[in-house]
Design a protein around this ligand. Sequence first.
Ligand code: SF4
Length: 203
Amino acid sequence: MRGVYWAQMPRFASLNFFGHERPLPSWYWTGETRMACLRDAIKGSLTNAYAHHIQRLMVTGNFALLAGVHPDEVDQWYLGIYIDALEWVEITNTRGMSQFADGGIVGTKPYVSSGAYLNKMGHHCGSCYYKVSERTGERACPFNSLYWHFLARNRARLEAPDARPGLMARMAMPFRIWDGMASHAREELLTKGEELLKRIEEL
Ligand code: SF4
């Protein structure tokens, strides 16, 4: 990470591969969300100035990437709240590994997941307001539709001929699953994702 920092800065600090523009939801500064995994990771981070790597990468970072938050805002949050956030290690992990805003200088693919992975890796789903097993219902886990919404809206970038070598191969499986879904199921997921993004402050 230190090598990437010295080789790539200051250009690295303005990379935004997906062109994300959304502001960071205000509940990142309070932890007041009904999503139990995010609430715990954010409140713990704000209290302790520390979070486990998986919480940073697959909970707070995952959600910010799925939601299309501007990487500047994600960087400012990580840099501001973590005790170990020196810029050379923070920006490479956040903008590179977590947000894939560097297009694959650090990581080999975007680290995104639906709720199933979070359920496997953590213990919050059982007590969450949202249902991890549901994709489009009223109380469906937001990670589920946002995961597919992210992949669908960024497909052209992820499959572009000039993308990082090997990226298309690494993304082939989720796109195969997406292509194999019935068209009404894909529509429902996209509609649900849109709806969640419109009321992201209320999640
Ligand atoms: S159901 Fe979804 S939002 Fe709730 S804890 Fe599980 S992964 Fe997080």
